[in-house]
Design a binder for this molecule. Structure first.
Ligand SMILES: Nc1ncnc2c1ncn2[C@@H]1O[C@H](COP(=O)(O)OP(=O)(O)OP(=O)(O)O)[C@@H](O)[C@H]1O
Length: 674
């Protein structure tokens, strides 16, 4: 025997021995007759009994009785330690779907009720049940992907009759008013408790109220050995149901806390009253039957007499069945109780030899399975209808126009709906509510199950689209987007105007330059003609003409400079506007990002004044400067013209181009004159 049995059950149906703990009630003065080997493995207790010379024994030496346990709880063991070592492991496995039982056995006044329920005086004296209730709800809250449902029942077995301590009427009741519980067995030997109510408790407070209510209904009497002696056996049961999110299984476990009535001997305890003698008789009888069951199990007999008493029927699963069971043997270590203590320990040794087969109580959760199958069935029916309505030729669609919506039982169900152009108002109303419920349902399993008809599907999509548009229009992000778009439009307009201005200036510069060039050409040709006609030096009229031409060229040059300045000004403004546009565009993208991967706003909202596409934007900017000189400036020039002009070429691109043009014009003129 070792350890406190805190590990999980060994595996499905694995045999597991009942664990036994010894708890010693505190005593005023140590007698030295009870010795504890608490640090030994396994821990043990030894009772030293002096031999009685009056019974003919040879000497006065002591006789000792030693018993090993899975754990010792000495007189100074605190309630918290007792809970952690005895009940917590069983509670944890009950939360995983394994049945559990903690029962206290011992003579009257040895501390069974103190262990199971606790003392009323100090909060620290709370016993295993209230501590288990706190731990149960705390542990359940931690397991966030599990759903726990807890019910409580509290039964008393008094004089071989079962009573429900949690009768619906929460008044303290006389025993005869309590609902009687009948214990029955079905064919699978499963226990049924007729008349026993299960009370659902959703929190610790509700559960503690139940415990309090039950305790106030218990049969307690003053006996010579205990001022408040339990005259009955009490079974407090937690019925735990656990479901794990997304799994179609349910685990159900029962965790019993059993406070047995004290074993006692009427003669020794001085019970005198007739009623008390009767109680004692029943208590002793049921404990005797309990012992019989334990002996049969320990000896491996084929027949185990569970049916002899209500107590053994109730504990059937806890002893030799599918339950993780722990026993607390309570002893009062005073010298006068040594015989009872030895007898309790002997009983515990027999119990420790019983093995249970502990397995998880898991079943398919039919509710979940049915719900799933129904949903699957609906989906399949809808798909089928959709396929039919899409695949069947129009003439084949049946004449059931305006057919009943919502019922799709027969093979032709749903076809008639497709014949209509629109839903009725009532249908729209129902559909709107379905769509709203779907949108508001935060569950990932939320589904919108509309009628399997294109008419309904389209109407549902329209509603969703309308909701989305409304969201976009009223979203704060939408305001920012709209602002950025307005700025962007304004900047694009400015950029367009500046672009036009730049292009116009550029065009005017080209025109002015072309005018200057033409006039130069005309003057050169006139001078050439005059030369050929023999006209010599310059006259006064020629001088005037030259002055006029020079003034004109000067004016043209001034105009060109003006236009160039305007060009540069407009061009630099355009560059600034372009930089602004880039910034606003980035801000716009950022403002849109909260929508993530959501569809972009419907065109109707944002496209009335579409911003130009990037390709268009690029076109807004003209080349930065008037065109660059070609790689070969003389490409395509007639060789003769080039040879005549070459001696005069200056290396200045503009001047050389003019000289070449002059020689080309000259060549053309001469050719025309031949
Ligand atoms: N570990 C303990 N520490 C302090 N007081 C204790 C302890 N165990 C028992 N007592 C006290 O001893 C008295 C008898 O205990 P209790 O009523 O629990 O015995 P019992 O075994 O349930 O008796 P019965 O079979 O007659 O109901 C009570 O007053 C209880 O408070």
């Amino acid at each position: 025997m070792s350890g406190d049995g805190s590990g999980p059950p060994g595996g499905p149906g694995s045999p597991e021995r009942i664990r036994i703990f010894l708890r010693l009630r505190p005593v005023g003065r140590q007698t030295g007759r009870v010795v504890l080997g608490a640090t030994e493995e396994p821990p043990w207790v030894e009772f030293n009994v002096p031999r009685n010379p009056a019974e003919g024994l040879i000497n006065n030496s002591r006789e000792s009785y030693r018993f090993a346990f899975d754990g010792l709880l000495p007189p100074d063991a605190q309630q918290e330690e007792v809970f952690e070592r005895v009940a917590l492991p069983v509670l944890r496995s009950a939360l995983d779907g394994y049945n559990g039982t903690v029962f206290a056995f011992g003579q009257t006044g040895s501390g069974k009720t103190f262990t199971i329920t606790g003392g009323a005086e100090r909060y620290a004296d709370r016993g295993l049940i209230p501590r288990a209730l706190s731990a149960l709800f705390a542990e359940a809250a931690k397991r966030s992907n599990h759903t726990y449902t807890v019910h409580i029942s509290y039964m008393e077995i008094y004089n071989e009759m079962g009573f429900d301590l949690l009768s619906p009427d929460r008044e303290v009741q006389a025993l005869e008013d309590l609902p009687k519980v009948h214990i029955m067995e079905d064919e699978d030997s499963r226990m049924h408790y007729r008349g026993l109510t299960l009370h659902r408790c959703d929190n610790e407070e509700q559960a503690l109220n139940m415990l309090f209510l039950g305790d106030t209904n218990r049969v307690v009497a003053e006996t010579p050995l205990n001022q408040a002696s339990s005259r009955s056996h009490c079974v407090f049961t937690l019925h735990i149901e656990v479901r794990r999110a997304g799994e179609p299984v349910v685990r159900r476990s029962k965790l019993h806390f059993v406070d047995l009535a004290g074993s006692e001997r009427a003669g020794k305890t001085g019970l005198a009253a007739h009623a008390q003698l009767k109680e004692a008789k029943y208590i002793n009888l049921s404990l005797h039957f309990l012992e019989q069951v334990i002996c049969s199990l320990q000896e491996g007999r084929a027949h185990v007499p569970y049916r002899n008493s209500i107590l053994t029927m109730v504990l059937r699963d806890s002893l030799g069945g599918n339950t993780r069971t722990v026993m607390v043997a309570a002893v009062a270590p005073e010298a006068q109780h040594i015989e009872e203590s030895i007898s309790t320990c002997r009983f515990a040794q027999r119990v420790a030899m019983i093995s249970n087969r502990v397995e998880v109580n898991e079943e398919l959760d039919l509710e979940v399975v049915i719900k799933r199958l129904r949903a699957e069935n609906t989906l399949l029916r809808q798909e089928l209808q959709l396929l039919r309505s899409g695949a069947a030729p129009d003439s084949d669609r049946g004449a059931a126009a305006g057919g009943e919506v919502g019922e799709a039982e027969g093979p032709d169900a749903g076809r008639g709906v497709e014949q209509r152009a629109a839903l009725t108002e009532a249908e729209q109303h129902v559909l709107r509510r379905q769509v709203a419920a779907f949108v508001e349902d935060p569950s990932p399993d939320a589904a919108l199950n509309v009628e399997a008809s294109m008419l309904f599907i389209r109407a549902a999509f329209d509603m969703l689209k309308g909701m989305f548009e409304y969201f976009c229009a009223t979203s704060p992000a939408h305001d920012t987007v709209a602002e950025h778009k307005a700025v962007l439009r304004e900047r694009y307009d400015a950029a367009r105007a500046l672009g036009a201005q730049v292009n116009a200036t550029k065009k005017r510069i080209s025109e002015l330059k072309a005018g200057v060039e033409q006039r130069r050409l005309a003057r050169s040709m006139a001078a050439l003609l005059r030369q050929q006609q023999g006209g010599g030096g310059s006259s006064g009229a020629d001088a005037d003409e030259e002055a006029r031409v020079a003034a004109e060229e000067e004016r043209a040059k001034g105009l060109i400079d003006q236009e160039k300045a305007a060009y540069h000004e407009a061009y630099s403004q355009l560059k600034d506007v372009k930089a602004e546009i880039d910034g606003v565009q980035a801000a716009l993208e950022h403002a849109r990002s909260p929508w993530g991967t959501a569809p972009q706003p419907a065109p109707s909202q944002f496209t009335q004044q579409q911003a130009p596409e990037p390709a268009q934007q690029q076109q807004l900017l003209p080349a930065e400067q008037p065109s660059e000189p070609p790689a070969d400036p003389y490409a395509g020039v007639d060789a003769e013209v080039l040879a005549a002009a070459k001696p005069l070429l200056t290396g200045n691109h503009q001047a050389d181009a003019d000289i070449i043009k002059f020689y080309q014009a000259r060549a053309a003129l001469l050719k025309g004159m031949q």
